[in-house]
Design a protein around this ligand. Sequence first.
Ligand SMILES: NC(=O)c1ccc[n+]([C@@H]2O[C@H](COP(=O)([O-])OP(=O)(O)OC[C@H]3O[C@@H](n4cnc5c(N)ncnc54)[C@H](OP(=O)(O)O)[C@@H]3O)[C@@H](O)[C@H]2O)c1
Length: 258
Amino acid sequence: VSLPRARSAIVTGASSGIGTALAIELAGKGYRLGLVGRHEQRLTETVGSCLAAGAAGCEIGAFDIRDADAFTAFVAGFGDIDLYISNAGILDGRREGEVVESRGVARTVLDINLIACVEGLHTVLDAMRARGRGQITLVTSLAGLSPLPDAPAYSASKAGLVSYGIALRDALEGTGIGVTVACPGYVATPMGAQHVGNRPFEVTAADAAHRIVRAALKNRALCGFPFPLHPAAHLTLMLPDCMRRLFTKGVRFTVGSG
Ligand SMILES: NC(=O)c1ccc[n+]([C@@H]2O[C@H](COP(=O)([O-])OP(=O)(O)OC[C@H]3O[C@@H](n4cnc5c(N)ncnc54)[C@H](OP(=O)(O)O)[C@@H]3O)[C@@H](O)[C@H]2O)c1
């Protein structure tokens, strides 16, 4: 008797925060997991949690997502991918005492959060296209809908991913590959701890992961949360500038070391 093949998923940024919670959520559904991040020790800890939660197996990919060769080799070795969650990212922006983020910060944020994410996506997309099915989720941010003055490159990287994901979803219609764009608000994670400022309506990483996985498995186009931040973020760009700035005034911050 041959058992049905376990569903499989790759999660990037699985060594911390939302990514660890996404991996554990999928482990609870019996997935075989590919866990990507730079810190091998923290990925090993995620493996322990996932196996305890019921994962059918775990493979670690300890590399920087900007390393395209390492990414390609990991995806090739992993085999069929039912679900790919592009979640890895960094938060950086204005440090205390600065008016605007530095040029170096802007470049690194765009390189990791936008360029490397899009390139990684294409690596996975090639494998899914060959198979004729798959589900992709891009974890972006409400900052991609409502730009933050203290983190312009972060906001731009997340807005870029929102656009990319929505466009890709339409482009792939009829191919068997679905795309979901997830826009979390404030989530309590190590990244959240770097953010020095007001964090209204903050949710836990487990809550965020539950919402994101549910939307991915239903092939929802957009998964924004929590209420009322998601609709408010959508509205801001339609408001007169003076009203939009009132909204962002309440969430000014600097980036600390966490
Ligand atoms: N926390 C929030 O309030 C919030 C809100 C909206 C959106 N988000 C988004 O949600 C995602 C996860 O955030 P989080 O809060 O869980 O942050 P986190 O706790 O700092 O985790 C970030 C993850 O991304 C990985 N990562 C970062 N740069 C990488 C690189 N160059 N190569 C490989 N892996 C890399 C990290 O792995 P290593 O450290 O091992 O490299 C880590 O696993 C991010 O895309 C973030 O922008 C977060």
